[in-house]
Design a protein around this ligand. Structure first.
Ligand code: 9N4
Length: 233
């Protein structure tokens, strides 16, 4: 049984990433807003586009703190951001949905999301993903590193130097694997299950454009930034 230990530089790397991840969170807590009032489909659509727009902005800031990211080719940095923004948004939403809340609040939140204006057909895959993330009971380090691994996916469209991205991703994967072994000694499959969620995340993200255009509102207005990132308009 090899003794797994996290090196000093790996600890420093995790600290930088987790601090940046926590610092670059969206100011207003959307879950609180949703728990307070039932909004119309129009208001929810506007809230979604506002949340998604600010999420992309915080994602850009977050990537600046990923060791090695700024040394990548600049066009590759853009390709990684464009390629991971939707997945990062769903991962963030799953983490918000899975947060420990007072009794009954999660059910109210789920109801509000079901009635938000999103069309029926996407609810099952979306909530299946949210619940599968929730079952992992990830600690914040795992959440931050998993988001970082999603961003550092080498085979995004238009990435030229995939090897450089792979090297960065492997650095994060190595420390996450060790953390999972140390954090969940009773579950040797935990790290594999964590990575398995990224496959589910990619599948869910294929639906995002349809989820938006099928939102039950008359006019689907997007910000210029979202037109860039989402395959809409
Ligand atoms: C593409 O279609 C989507 C994407 C996300 C959600 C979503 N799942 C959530 C789980 C928990 C809390 C809120 C959740 N959201 C939205 C939200 O803002 N996600 C969010 C974003 C966008 C950025 C940063 C952070 C977050 C949480 C609410 C937007 C307003 C209507 C209700 C959903 C969604 O729900 C129908 C449909």
């Amino acid at each position: 049984k090899e003794k797994v230990e996290i090196t000093k530089e790996q600890q420093a790397l995790v600290k930088v990433v987790v601090e940046a991840y926590n610092r670059h969170q969206i100011p207003q807590d959307v879950a609180k807003k949703l728990l307070q009032d039932q909004y119309s489909a129009e208001e929810n659509f506007l809230l979604l586009t506002e949340m998604a727009t600010s999420q992309v902005q915080v994602l850009v800031e977050f990537t600046k703190n990923i060791p090695g990211f700024l040394s990548l080719d600049r066009e590759d940095q853009i390709a990684l951001l464009k390629g991971s923004a939707v997945e990062a948004m769903f991962l963030r939403s799953a983490q918000v949905f899975s947060k420990k809340m007072p009794n009954g609040h999660t059910e109210v939140l789920e109801e509000r999301i079901r009635k938000s204006g999103i069309s029926e057909e996407f609810m099952t895959p979306m909530f299946n993903f949210y619940k599968s993330i929730g079952e992992l009971h990830m600690v914040e380090e795992e959440q931050a590193l998993l988001t970082t691994i999603t961003i550092l996916t080498p085979d995004r469209p238009y990435v030229k130097d995939q090897q450089a991205v792979e090297r960065l991703q492997e650095t994060i994967l190595d420390v996450l694997r060790k953390m999972c072994v140390l954090q969940h000694p009773q579950d040797p499959q935990y790290f594999a299950r964590l990575l398995g969620r990224l496959t589910e995340l990619r599948t869910l993200s294929h639906y995002h454009a349809e989820m938006l255009t099928s939102w039950r509102v008359n006019d689907h207005k997007f910000t210029p930034l979202l037109c860039e990132i989402w395959d809409v308009q």
